[in-house]
Structures are given as structure tokens and as C-alpha cells.
Design a binder for this molecule. Structure first.
Ligand SMILES: *Cc1c(COP(=O)(O)O)cnc(C)c1O
Length: 399
């Protein structure tokens, strides 16, 4: 893939007809190294966030070997990654998917009901009876606090039913795990504190031995309208919460970050096809990589990359419209850009690496992109300090 110093260099070299995905694999690698240096457990990348081989390759290069997968196609894809350990963490799975996953070597499954437990046991049983190598995670529901995309309504079990399910799962699992998801783009660490309190109470009630604790995903990224607490605060809250749990010292930990590993690793470079007042009509939108900007209020960091403007040039707040005929193809923003922007200009919309391309469809014939590698830094980062990188480098040197 062609490499460019930055999006502006790309526009100078070509004036691309299609929208372009600018990949920054180095940003994914940095995020993964940060997690390895700051989280004392297995880091399972949530595959659904972005399955570009370039980003997966960067995560792999930074040591990621565990993957949280949610469907059979994802499993068949990820099973080709050397030494990959896959965790099938969708609490409701088709029987055929369970069986095929087990055949492909998946041993780790999540569940939030007795029905699902029974399905897993039946579909993984063989001639010699039930499988003896299952690692089963009970998905508990926890309160969503300061999360942009709460997930606790669809999945998760709580209270007495959760206690019963833990006890029943313990009887068939070789390793028993507990998992939860605090909701995506959780901006304050108290969500993890509350979740671990719920896990604490549950373990006390059930009186079971827990082998693995999976604190899920939900770790935040930075956007123009979302300024999370520093990532170290999240790790401190998790460590503190785990210390109070009635579990063995050597309990294995796991997390499943999606967004926080890849959001900074991709930008969209889009062209302005017309300007109407403060409204820019661009060549990608809600049916493309900007679903979250249209439907969930995300304001991605944005900059003009087709002409040089001085730092004190007047700016304006813009709304964006996508290329389809549909009036919901609208990203309200506000996106702040130089006021001189006009038809034919290109803008870079940053931090779309998580759930950007993953959600893009082909409505109206759109949804295909050129791809390039960008060598510069993302517009907003959670991993600002070079210290983290330097620290990791030092640790690596010491080994
Ligand atoms: C989507 C998902 C994740 C990743 O969530 P992020 O908010 O992107 O970190 C992790 N675990 C499960 C079970 C998920 O469904």
C-alpha cells in the first residue's frame, strides 16, 4: 500500500476520486503496547471494531494474540492468524456456529442463560461425552455509567439468576470466567468500579471458584466532543476493584478493548462536493464510515488538507451531509473548519478507526474506498506521552 507523510501530501500527489481510508498502523501498535505495559492480563482485541489486515498486523506485531470474536465469519477469518486464541464472546450463538467454532479450536465461550449453557454443552459434546476443555464466561449485566453506547440492556444476567447460572456453569466448565461490558466509549473509570462491585457481590453469593475475570471493552477514545479521563485512571480503578474480590491471587485477567486499540489508527479523507452556507456535502457519510457521527452524535476531529491556511484563519462550524439521496445521511457535528473551505477541497476526518469502515455499507453504490498508509500522528490521542512508548522500549531492552 502506498505511504504518505500525511493526508495533505496524499492530496497534493493525487486528487482522489473515491473517499480514502488513511491507515496509521503505528497508532494501533502504540495502543496495544500501552495496554501490554499497563494491564496485567490477556488483551483480546475485539475483532468487530476493525478487521483490516494492516491494523490486525500492527496489533499482532505489538504482541496481541487473543481476539474477541462474535460470529462464525469473524472466527473463520481470525482462525487464520498464527497462534491466535479466539474467544467467542457473543452470549447468543447459533448451534452451528458453536459446533464449527469448537471444531476450529475455540474453547472459550460466553453465555448469559441456562439455555445457552445447554446449547454449548450439547454442541461441543462428542463420542466420549461432554467436552472437558471449555472455558465458559458468564456475562453479567452491570450499570452503564458515562458510556456513549450502553450495552447492558441486550445481554447480561444479574441477581439470583446470575448466581444460579454461575453455579451451573462451574459444573461443566474446565475454567470458569466472569465477563461484563460497561458500554462503549465509557469516559469515566467509576463504571469499572461499579461493575467490579457487582461481580464481587455475585461471587460472594455463588461461592464459586472463578478462574478468569474478563473486564470487557468500553475503554474510551478521544473525540472533539468527548474528553475521557486518562487511561491510567481506568487501569487504577480496575486494579483496585480486583483487589477486593474474593478470588485467588493468581486469577487470570483479560480485557477486550476494541475502540481504544484502533480508533486512532484510521482517518477518512473526503472531498467536498458542494458547500451550502455552513453545510458541506461530502463523498462519504452515514452509510459509510460516519455512521456514529450521524446516529450517535460523535464529533470526529476534522481538518482541511487541500490547502494551507494560517493558524489564525477564521473558522466556522459546519454540518456534514453524505453522498446518498437519503436525508438521514447527515452528520450534525459541529465540525470546525477554516471558513475558506469550498467545493473541491478535501478534509481529513480523524479517529474513525473503530466502527468506521466496519459499519460501512454500499447504499446508492457508495462504500468503496482507496486505502493508503499515513505516517503522521492522529489528530487526537489517548496515548500522548512518548513516555509510555519510551517506558515500553526500556522494558523491552531489559528483557
Ligand atoms: C463490542 C465488544 C467489545 C469491544 O468494545 P469497545 O467498546 O470497542 O472496547 C468487547 N467485548 C464485547 C463482548 C463486545 O461486544
Amino acid at each position: 500500500m502506498e505511504r504518505f507523510k500525511c493526508a495533505a501530501a496524499l492530496i497534493t500527489a493525487r486528487r482522489p476520486e473515491k473517499p480514502v481510508l488513511g491507515l496509521r498502523p503505528h497508532a494501533a501498535g502504540r495502543a496495544a503496547r500501552w495496554f501490554h505495559a499497563n494491564f496485567d492480563g490477556d488483551i483480546a482485541y475485539a475483532y468487530k471494531a476493525n478487521s483490516s489486515v494492516f491494523l490486525i498486523g500492527a496489533l499482532y506485531g505489538a504482541g496481541i494474540r487473543h481476539f474477541d470474536v462474535a460470529s462464525l465469519p469473524e472466527i473463520e477469518d481470525a482462525a487464520t492468524i498464527p497462534d491466535a486464541k479466539l474467544h467467542f464472546m457473543h452470549p447468543v450463538k447459533a448451534r452451528t456456529a458453536i459446533r464449527r467454532a469448537y471444531e476450529l479450536g475455540v474453547r472459550s465461550f460466553s453465555l448469559d442463560s441456562l439455555d445457552e449453557l445447554q446449547k454449548i454443552v450439547e454442541e461441543t459434546s462428542g463420542k466420549n461425552g461432554p467436552a472437558r476443555d471449555l472455558e465458559l464466561f458468564v456475562r453479567v449485566s452491570v450499570p452503564a455509567i458515562n458510556s456513549l453506547i450502553p450495552l447492558e440492556h441486550k445481554f447480561g444476567i444479574a441477581g439470583e439468576a446470575a448466581t444460579q447460572l454461575l453455579i451451573a456453569t462451574r459444573q461443566v466448565a474446565s475454567k470458569l470466567g466472569i465477563t461484563f461490558h460497561v458500554g462503549s466509549q465509557t469516559t469515566t473509570p467509576d463504571a469499572y468500579t461499579a461493575a467490579l462491585k457487582a461481580v464481587h457481590d455475585l461471587i460472594v453469593h455463588a461461592g464459586v471458584v472463578v478462574d478468569v475475570l474478563d473486564v470487557g471493552g468500553g475503554f474510551p477514545s478521544r473525540y472533539s466532543n468527548s474528553e475521557p479521563r486518562p487511561m491510567t485512571d481506568f487501569m487504577a480503578a480496575i486494579e483496585e476493584g480486583i483487589e477486593t474480590l474474593p478470588v485467588r491471587e493468581d486469577i487470570r485477567l483479560m480485557c477486550e478493548p476494541g475502540r481504544s486499540l484502533v480508533s486512532e489508527a484510521e482517518s477518512l479523507i473526503a472531498r467536498v462536493d458542494t458547500r451550502r452556507g455552513n453545510h458541506l456535502y461530502i463523498n462519504d457519510g452515514a452509510y459509510g464510515t460516519l455512521f456514529d457521527a450521524a446516529h450517535l452524535g460523535f464529533v470526529f476531529p476534522t481538518r482541511l488538507v487541500s490547502k494551507q491556511v494560517s493558524n489564525d484563519a477564521p473558522t466556522n462550524s459546519f454540518e456534514l451531509w453524505g453522498p446518498t439521496c437519503d436525508s438521514i445521511d447527515h452528520m450534525p457535528g459541529p465540525f470546525v473548519l477554516p471558513d475558506c473551505i469550498d467545493e473541491g477541497d478535501y478534509i481529513e476526518i480523524g479517529n474513525i478507526g473503530a466502527y468506521g469502515r466496519a459499519l460501512a455499507g454500499h447504499f446508492n453504490g457508495y462504500g468503496t474506498y482507496d486505502e493508503v498508509i499515513l505516517l503522521d500522528e492522529p489528530q487526537l490521542t489517548m496515548y500522548e506521552t512518548d513516555d509510555a512508548d519510551t517506558a515500553t522500549a526500556n522494558v523491552e531492552q531489559m528483557r
